[in-house]
Each structure stands twice: as C-alpha cells, then as structure tokens.
Design a binder for this molecule. Sequence first.
Ligand SMILES: Cc1cc2nc3c(=O)[nH]c(=O)nc-3n(C[C@H](O)[C@H](O)[C@H](O)COP(=O)(O)O)c2cc1C
Length: 317
Amino acid sequence: MVDLSVDIGIPLKNPLILASGILGSSAGILKRVAEAGAGALITKSITQDPREGHENPTVIEVSEGVILNAIGLANPGVDAFIRELDALKGVRTPIIPSVAGNSEDEFATVASRFEDAGFRMVELNISCPHSLPLSTGNTIAQDPERTRAIVKTVKEVTSLRLIVKLSPNVTDIVEVAASAIDAGADAISLINTIEALEVDPWVEIPVLGNIFGGQSGPSIRCIAQRKLAEVALAMEDGKIERVPLIGVGGVRRAEDVFRFILLGADGVAIGSSILYGDIEIFSDILRGLEQMMHDKGYARPEEFRGKAISWIRTRMR
Ligand SMILES: Cc1cc2nc3c(=O)[nH]c(=O)nc-3n(C[C@H](O)[C@H](O)[C@H](O)COP(=O)(O)O)c2cc1C
C-alpha cells in the first residue's frame, strides 16, 4: 500500500497542489480540482481591491511547452473573493488563498481578512513579474530586505501559516529564501514565472497585451528543478533552516512529481499543464505516482525525498 500523505506546514493527503492563478478564481472549478484528488488548492492571487488586469491577449502558448502570460493579477478583491469561497465550505481539501499587494499594509490587510474568514494558511505572492502595467520586473522577491519586511509584517499581524513564493528572476535565490525563512515563513514555494517576451514576426509587435510577461509550462521545468535544488542544498548544508518546500514549474507527468520530490520537495504544484491535460491531470498524475512508487518499492514520499540532493552533495565535497 502506498501512503502519499505529506506535510507542507499543514498535513495533506498527497503532494499534488493546484498552483496559484490557473483555475483558482471560481469556487465551482476549485471544487472540481478537489474532486480530481488534489492534496491542496492554492487560489488566484488576491489583492485588497478588485483589479481588472492587463489588456488581452493575456495568456498564449507561443510554441510547444512555452506559455507566456501577463494577466496583471486580475481579481475581484478580497471581500468578494471570500464570498465566492463560501461555496466551498463543505470541501475537505485544504484551500490556501494566495495574497498579493503593493505594500506591507496591503499584504497584512488581505491576509488578515482571510484569517478572519477561517483560513489557516496563505501563500504570499511576492514574485509576480508583471503585476503593474508594462512592468518589466522589480518584484518584491528580487529584494531580500523587502521580502523580510513583508513576511515579518504578515507574521506579526496574523497567526496564519505562511508559504512564501519566490521568483527565479534573481541572482541568488538562496539569499531570498533565507530572508523569508528568517522572517517566519513556514514553507517556501518556487518558482513563479520567468521574465519573458515574444514578438510576432508578421505583425512585428509583441504578442502579449502587456508586452512583457512570464514564462511557464514544461519548458521551465529544469529551471524550477535547479532553483529548488539550490534551496534544498542550502538547507541540507545547514546554511538555512529546513522548512517544507513546494516545487512549481512545468510539471506534467508523475515522473516530474517524482523528480521534484527527489530534489527535496514536500509538495509539488501544477499550473500550466492543466491547459494540456485538463483537470483530470490531477487524477492521472496521482495514479501514475502511486504506480511508480509501488514499482520502485516505496511506501511513502519521505523514503525518496531529497535522495538526488544527498547524491549531489557527495559530489560537491
Ligand atoms: C495564466 C497564469 C496565471 C498565473 N497567476 C498567478 C497568480 O495569480 N499568482 C501566483 O503566485 N502565480 C501565478 N502564476 C504562476 C504559477 O502559479 C506558477 O508559479 C508558474 O506558472 C510555474 O508553474 P507551471 O509551469 O506549472 O505553470 C500564474 C501562471 C499562469 C500560467
């Protein structure tokens, strides 16, 4: 018998998590993802006030496995979203609201509203690469001190458990992870999208309404794995405190989930691949993961979690 349960700061029945922003804005769809077997659902990122987001087109597959988006954090605002989530009261799968904002105050206010509405854990999206119109980056997660300040503020004003979502668009992701953990992060998720740009050679202008966007999908999986490994290695080496890690980026198959766990992930989130496999991707991957673990003689994820990291460390001495 395979037991897929894991702990990401809260216990989950399995490591598969719906990544923020893909299908996470309507209660009806979140319910369907729960029914497909996901271990947890992270919602669309939510700000204090409603946001319309960027001009269309906002999401495009520019070539096989290469998805670009610049949604611009379109969302109904925290109060309306909490009313929307009311319809999920009977759902037993943990729902983790994603919180976004432009200031410490906004992060604190939105997180507090979710806490008052009964949620136990939120994800802080400090890493959206295109939240402001025409913005080319400059996210909070590119600055270890701003990261520390936001996490610390939310920790001080709530007793929520916090996942902090990091950006790959940095020179040293370990430094930012260290700040987040030092300020009280209970878990780290990585990665958000990678700064990107595509131009239509016929029309001779960029394809996204916002011009600049973030890349996701199968094309970024090895980049996500590398960033995850850097943080996991720093934890193994005792350079930063060990907290649960959630790997995100390009996961499409059970083998990919296995890869992320080998590199130290406790949870594995799936985003863009839903555009290929629909919501059934969760049940398909779960079945595949169980089969793979059974065939390889593993009963629980912790039996192989971080195995590739331990191997890498022996080579780095
Ligand atoms: C259309 C779209 C919308 C997204 N919206 C959010 C969001 O609101 N908040 C967030 O933290 N990440 C958001 N992301 C990033 C994903 O959660 C994820 O980190 C990234 O896409 C990499 O994973 P993937 O390759 O499985 O999609 C979005 C990604 C896409 C493609």
